[in-house]
Design a protein around this ligand. Structure first.
Ligand SMILES: Nc1ncnc2c1ncn2[C@@H]1O[C@H](COP(=O)(O)OP(=O)(O)OP(=O)(O)O)[C@@H](O)[C@H]1O
Ligand SMILES: [Mg+2]
Length: 484
């Protein structure tokens, strides 16, 4: 076969594939792909990006619909690049590691699924009309960079207000400042959106970047909720977002150091989801974050943690004093630990479901702490809360879901420095109240803190009962104060 052999693709077939590839409206995908290409073009040209995005309702011939226009000051495209990269499926040209593209695919499905498009780059112009008529690229006035215009037929691809919101969210949460002009679906806006183009490396290493600290245009504040997102970005640009029912945002900055054809490439072809390998890990982080937002940063490095799960009866909240002393000696193996845990519960012979997360060796001290922890959790947990207990080495403590069950996990090594048994109980008590409050809310908001206060008040009587020695000390002090 000669090297010049080409595979012919029927345009109708191409249009079907391109339409089926994405779930989202082409205005959203188009904004993402065109902005990404412009971003890459500015990196190649080594200029500060000056990117303009316009979405406005309008006409093309007798069709009514929307124009999406993206303008940049990047390196621009020669006629050769337009022909062999911009329009060639799989054609892709990158020289720099910080560029985002690589499939050689991005913008094409958007162009091919829309009613009309045209591109003006340097002194070249090309459009759907050129393509359909078999015309060569036209030579017109020179401009720096590239302008791509796409017309979306409103009948074929209706755009809703929620689609315009998605575009805003995507640009707003990206680390790239663009000039945005909107006049679509009742939303009018003309201004800068996104974030200053910080050094990407700086941003990747920060875990706590707070999106709400950004300047937010007024209309966004009023109309769009910016909470509860799982945000997935490459090179600082949002690829897709998922809405959760939490109130916090989690951002995943994917560092891509392989080719799209590699198994490790993190995104699916349509960039609306992750490849399954990484999806599994990310889901764990999201799950952990849902339980306790403070521990999520910790978890990612422990994504493949080992778990030992011992089935058994779940405990229920008790909110009363359960009989135990922290000094009880507990035997050396797991079955003794179970016996000890069973002793903590109402039914002495029935072991409690227990989970060990990255916890291979259990010392006598660990057993002591786990048993105390179990008793304290029973005092502070909601009466209707059903749970197992366990040890973890990943965080101080957490309320953790495993196999459809809730576990209260404690990390004994965080408490070994406390030699005094009353102080240890108070430290565990405090930690337990925190975790038990996650029964009511996953994030640390006002609902959560007021629940913590409430639990502290309700559980105070029982915990003081547990802390009899301290109680005596307190009473002695009160008595001596009374006398004074
Ligand atoms: N705004 C632009 N300025 C300069 N060159 C561009 C621009 N847009 C596209 N190109 C050129 O067209 C090529 C193809 O773009 P396309 O979006 O299809 O693929 P890609 O960006 O290389 O990879 P990906 O599929 O990951 O987006 C780019 O590699 C680039 O060479
Ligand atoms: Mg691209």
């Amino acid at each position: 076969m000669s090297n010049n052999m080409r595979v012919k693709v029927n345009p109708r077939f191409l249009k079907i594939i391109c339409n089926k590839l994405y779930d989202l409206n082409p205005a959203i995908i188009g904004t993402r792909e065109l902005v990404q290409n412009s971003h890459d073009a500015c990196i190649r040209a080594a200029v500060k990006p000056d990117i303009k995005v316009t979405l406005k309702s309008g006409m093309y011939n007798d069709l009514s619909g929307y124009w999406l226009i993206v303008d940049d000051n990047g390196d621009g495209m020669t006629a050769d690049i337009i022909e062999n990269e911009f329009l060639d499926l799989g054609g892709s040209y990158h020289i720099n590691e910080t560029e985002i593209g690589g499939f050689g695919f991005g913008a094409k499905p958007v162009l091919f699924s829309c009613a009309y498009w045209r591109v003006h780059s340097l002194n070249n112009e090309y459009s759907l009309t050129h393509l359909e008529n078999g015309d060569d690229i036209s030579k017109i006035n020179h401009r720096d960079g590239t302008r791509v215009e796409i017309f979306i037929d409103e009948v074929e691809k209706p755009i809703y207000q929620s689609d315009v919101h998605k575009i805003i969210v995507m640009l707003y949460l990206s680390s790239l400042e663009v000039d945005l002009t909107l006049n679509a679906r009742g939303i009018e806006f003309d201004g800068k959106i996104g974030f200053n183009h910080l050094d990407i490396q700086d941003k990747l290493d920060s875990v706590t970047d707070d999106f709400t600290a950004r300047l937010m245009p007024e209309f966004i504040k009023q109309d769009i909720s910016f909470s509860g997102f799982n945000i997935f970005r490459v090179g600082g640009l949002v690829q897709f977002v998922e809405q959760s029912n939490r109130s916090t945002n989690i951002r995943f900055d994917l560092k891509v150091n392989c080719r799209p054809e590699d198994d490790d490439y993190p995104l699916k072809l349509n960039r609306e989801d992750l490849n399954w390998n990484i999806r599994k890990k990310v889901n764990k982080v999201i799950q952990r974050h849902d339980e306790n937002p403070l521990t999520s940063a910790n978890t990612f490095t422990h994504a493949d943690e080992d778990k030992v799960y011992q089935d058994g009866r779940l405990l229920e909240g008790l909110r009363g004093y359960s009989n135990y002393t922290v000094n009880d000696e507990i035997g050396s193996d797991i079955s003794n630990l179970w016996q000890a845990l069973a002793n903590t519960s109402d039914n002495k012979n029935d072991p409690i479901a227990t989970l060990f997360v990255e916890y291979p060796d259990i010392s006598a001290n660990d057993r002591r702490i786990l048993r105390s922890w179990t008793a304290i959790i029973r005092i502070v947990a909601d009466i209707s809360d059903k749970f197992g207990v366990g040890l973890t080495s990943n965080s101080i403590a957490s309320r953790y879901y495993y196999k459809g069950r809730t576990f209260y996990l404690i990390n004994p090594s965080e408490f070994v420095h406390i030699p005094d048994k009353e102080a240890l109980l108070l430290a565990l008590y405090h930690t337990a109240i925190h975790e038990a409050s996650h029964f009511y809310h996953s994030s640390h908001n006002e609902v959560f803190t007021s629940k913590m206060d409430e639990i502290s008040r309700i559980a105070a009587i029982s915990i003081v009962e547990v802390l009899k020695p301290i109680k005596r000390t307190i009473l002695r002090r009160f008595r001596s104060e009374d006398k004074e």
